[in-house]
Ligand binder design. Structure first.
Ligand SMILES: [Fe+2]
Length: 343
């Protein structure tokens, strides 16, 4: 499988992965042979890119990912949390069970990397984002040394971190215009609104609710709402903060086009110690692929290549397949010849 920007899609290309709406319903199943109307639909829904099944993508070591079933179920539950009419049907046990399944899947992939570009639709950003932040948070939490119960708490706080945005109109969240002062104040209040929502509707522990409240604190004390710093900020909130910024920067949002994973990673590394916990940034650098599997890169000899596989601690030098020859190169060894990834 390989990743391709929606703008480069052509008819008769074949989908490599299912594509879901933010509520977990299926938009296109994998194996769909795209017609012109499908491509237009993907563009109109604000999809940045998708995974294709074709000969160039053959042999790509597809990253650990959640099973399709769990991904779909997660989106359904997260979506339900944001809908007033569905909320009464959701029990705390459903959400708890989801967090346990997510942690179980991720810890059973030993040495799992965050090694894939997400396929998400612009208007449903908040639901995809909540799921991604949970996945990335757990991937960072495992090497931090958290035990299983702690990872489940972390996953819960991450699923719920932006639940306060249910008080903000979807139109405001995806607005491509300048927000009014009132709308901006409401958005800044979402951690507090989320904390209060959880206290009112569920019986999650105070620890989980506090981590939701503090997911916009900065390591240097310049965040909000409590302006705590360093180790005063609860650990899960520090992890969620990093995962949140990474996923937001690599997504299409009202105020910016998506950055490449390598560009977002550069920002995070530059802001270690100010915005982010530096110890977590170290882990992030080992666990999040700069050039995710299946993506096309430009090599320093001018050739394009598909990233075949990433290895922990060597995110600058994945295994790649050069085009059009199909030659396989391990940049860790070919590095000696000076071959590097330019972009
Ligand atoms: Fe947030």
């Amino acid at each position: 499988m390989r990743y391709i920007a929606t703008a480069k899609l052509e008819k008769e290309m074949v989908l490599g992965l299912d594509i879901y709406h933010g509520d977990g319903s299926l938009l296109f199943p994998k194996g769909t042979v795209l017609v012109y109307g499908d491509i237009q639909k993907l563009q109109s829904l604000g999809c940045q890119g998708i995974y294709l099944e074709d000969s160039w993508g053959k042999g790509v070591a597809m990253p650990m990912a959640l099973s399709e079933e769990l991904r779909q179920k997660s989106l359904e539950i997260i979506y339900g949390l944001f809908q007033d009419e569905q909320l009464p049907n959701l029990s705390q046990a459903d959400i708890q069970g989801l967090a346990e399944e997510l942690v179980q899947e991720l810890i059973s992939h030993k040495g799992s990397l965050y090694n894939m570009r997400d396929v998400k639709l612009y208007d449903d950003y908040t639901y995809f984002h909540s799921l991604n932040v949970a996945v990335l948070s757990v991937i960072l939490g495992i090497p931090w040394g958290l035990g299983k119960e702690e990872l489940v708490e972390l996953a819960l706080a991450a699923f719920l971190h932006d639940i306060g945005k249910r008080y903000v109109e979807p139109e405001v969240l995806s607005a491509k215009r300048l927000l009014t002062d009132e709308e901006r104040v409401l958005i800044v209040q979402h951690p507090k609104l989320g904390y209060e929502f959880l206290r009112k509707h569920f019986a999650f522990s105070e620890k989980i609710c506090l981590n939701v409240l503090e997911h916009h604190e900065w390591y240097n004390g310049c965040g909000y709402p409590l302006r705590k710093s360093g180790g005063e900020i609860p650990l899960y909130a520090r992890i969620i903060k990093l995962a949140d910024v990474y996923d937001a920067m690599t997504s299409k949002l009202p105020y910016h086009e998506p950055l490449l994973p390598s560009e977002a990673a550069e920002y995070i590394v530059e802001n270690a110690g100010t915005e982010f916990d530096p110890e977590l940034v170290d882990i992030f650098q080992k666990k999040v692929a700069l050039y995710p599997a299946g993506c096309e890169v430009l090599l320093s000899d001018g050739r394009s290549a598909i990233v075949m596989e990433n290895c922990e601690n060597a995110m600058l030098t994945p295994r790649v397949k050069a085009m059009p020859s199909g030659e396989l190169l391990d940049l860790r060894t070919d590095q000696a010849n000076g071959l590097v990834i330019l972009e």
